[in-house]
Design a binder for this molecule. Structure first.
Ligand code: CA
Length: 191
């Protein structure tokens, strides 16, 4: 029995060991159970490319998206994971006269640097840039999509609503194994 439980655990954890780079904001520490991944290109990436690239990434079956930093605690967590001083795209955009998150989450928490948003002196500062200051603080700026100072993006994975099919398949195999073993044991025990 112990052996079976161990095998089930090993099979269940296998995909987690293979993919270790995105960082979990743990529910037990006040998080939302989502994973976050910083992508630092080292050179300019425009917002449209970052938006598309985030959606090509998957983790534990969840499709990535440009991160939505909707609360101060989420900001504090993301900021704590930020290594280096560079700007990233977030999943915020100015649409139909208001700032919105690409996920449709409520726009309530705001982290604008004083004086922002300022449209970058043009009428196209419609996308949300997250600027990491050397002082270990980070702020939002509005930016046009081809603003060359942005060299990365943050991907968020909501793994809670989309479990990985391969993970479920392996877990299912473990459960079938357990069921077969249980039936066998019953046969031996029953007269
Ligand atoms: Ca979020």
């Amino acid at each position: 029995m112990k052996k079976i439980i161990f095998m089930m655990l090993a099979v269940s954890l296998f995909p987690l060991i293979l993919q270790a780079s995105p960082i979990l904001w743990e529910v037990s520490s006040g998080g939302n159970g989502h994973y976050y991944e910083f992508i630092n290109m080292g050179s300019y990436i425009n917002r449209n490319d970052a938006f598309a690239a985030a959606q090509t990434r998957t983790y534990l079956g969840a499709t990535g998206y440009l991160a939505t930093v909707t609360t101060f605690t989420e900001h504090a967590f993301v900021n704590s994971q930020w290594a280096g001083s560079y700007s990233v795209w977030l999943g915020g955009a100015y649409q139909s006269g208001q700032w919105t998150w690409i996920t449709g989450e409520a726009w309530s928490y705001q982290n604008w640097e004083p004086g922002q948003p300022d449209n970058q002196g043009s009428a196209n500062g419609d996308f949300l840039l997250y600027y990491h200051a050397a002082s270990n603080k980070s702020y939002w700026h509005d930016a046009y999509p081809n603003f060359t100072s942005v060299t990365g993006y943050v991907v968020e994975y909501n793994v809670l609503t989309t479990p990985e099919p391969a993970y479920l398949f392996l877990l299912g195999l473990g459960m079938i194994g357990y069921w077969i073993s249980y039936k066998k044991q019953r046969k031996i025990l029953l007269p």
